[in-house]
Design a protein around this ligand. Structure first.
Ligand code: SF4
Length: 340
């Protein structure tokens, strides 16, 4: 089925990006996403039969592309935990009309061989999470005692494999890792990699979020700008999540994602598919549409295509714009479940 007509939601936002969670499991326990006291050894994750198969994911992706999707990001949990991921990457890379295929990982399983095989399978780019260069802070934040050095090696492996430019995501939390913002910026200036500083968000229901712990996009930009003059740069495309800031001395650029203080719902073109096939229209949604049920019911492609279009056409999400005391108690899907 070839790329079709792009569907738009009730706020005229086109369906352009699809984030696909391929597993709900992760080998880290980052406190802002998957705190260990809740997601400990007794927590029950999805069973293998709950998960969409690679064939089901590829079919769904093909139908999302036929509705206008141009970019797919593979996420988790930690996507590299899912075995033979290269097979899925190959299937997705073969979809007619898909312009951009990327993946977000914590880097812990990204060996040089893995980076090469993902690249060979058709992966184009990669985003690697690294919340601090301070080894003690990083080990505490991932709560899996995982060292900074290994993630830095993963970044090098990704670049060597040609998965460039590598984006490096740092979630900034006040009094936890925010004093490492300048070190992170300094480390990757002139590297060609793009560090994206992310405001700490009230995702899910388990991270005990407080506005007081948020370091605003404005403060991050001011801190870096005092050290190295920067200027805003035009977005690469409609719906780009990160604000782009370019170093005036030519050392490259950074990104800032201000979901809390600078919401960008107005241009949000992102759909999300959970590992068990629920179609979510917002990171902060309470529930999704059961696409797996449709995929497994023998429904022909044309009807699945319409089902996806109908869900998107009814979309009116803009959580970050309406975030307030009133939204504090709303039940939201957990971020690890739909991969951010
Ligand atoms: S809050 Fe929802 S609608 Fe707004 S940018 Fe995030 S995912 Fe999109």
């Amino acid at each position: 089925m070839s790329p079709g007509v792009t569907v738009h939601d009730t706020l005229a936002r086109p369906l352009r990006d699809l984030r696909i969670s391929v597993t709900d499991r992760c080998n880290f326990r980052c406190s802002y996403c998957m705190p260990r006291d809740i997601f400990g050894s007794s927590f029950v994750f999805l069973s293998r039969s709950d998960l969409l198969t690679f064939e089901e994911i590829a079919r769904a992706a093909r139908l999302f592309v036929a509705n206008g999707v141009e970019k797919i990001r593979l996420t988790g949990g930690e996507p590299l935990i899912r075995r033979d991921l290269e097979r899925l990457v190959e299937m997705l890379a073969a979809i007619d009309g898909l312009r951009d295929l990327t993946l977000t990982t914590n880097g812990s399983l990204l060996t040089p061989e893995k980076a090469q095989s993902l690249r060979a399978a058709g992966l184009q780019r990669i985003t690697i999470s690294l919340d601090s260069l301070d080894d003690a802070v990083f080990r505490a934040m991932n709560d899996a005692n995982f060292p900074v050095a290994a993630v830095l090696e993963a970044i090098d492996a990704a670049a060597t494999a040609g998965l460039a430019p590598v984006k490096i995501d740092m979630v900034v939390k006040r009094r936890i890792n925010d004093d490492g913002v300048l070190d992170m910026a300094r480390r990757f200036r002139d590297s060609g990699h793009i560090v994206r500083f992310i405001e700490y968000m009230d995702v899910g229901n388990t991270n005990g979020w407080r506005l007081d712990d948020v370091v605003s996009a404005r403060e991050i930009v001011e801190r870096i700008g005092r050290e190295w003059p920067i200027e805003p740069a035009e977005p690469n495309y409609l719906g780009e999540v990160a604000e782009r800031w370019r170093y005036l001395d030519g050392a490259g650029e950074i990104g800032v994602i201000g979901s809390v203080t600078r919401p960008f719902c107005g241009t949000c073109t992102r759909a999300r598919l959970s590992a068990e096939g629920e179609f979510f229209t917002c990171l902060f949604a309470g529930r999704g549409f059961d696409l797996r049920g449709v995929l497994r019911s023998g429904t022909p492609d044309q009807e699945v295509l319409s089902a996806i279009a109908n869900v998107w056409r009814l979309r009116a999400d803009r959580y970050s714009e309406i975030r307030s005391e009133a939204t504090r108690g709303t039940r939201k899907v957990e971020m690890y479940h739909i991969g951010g």
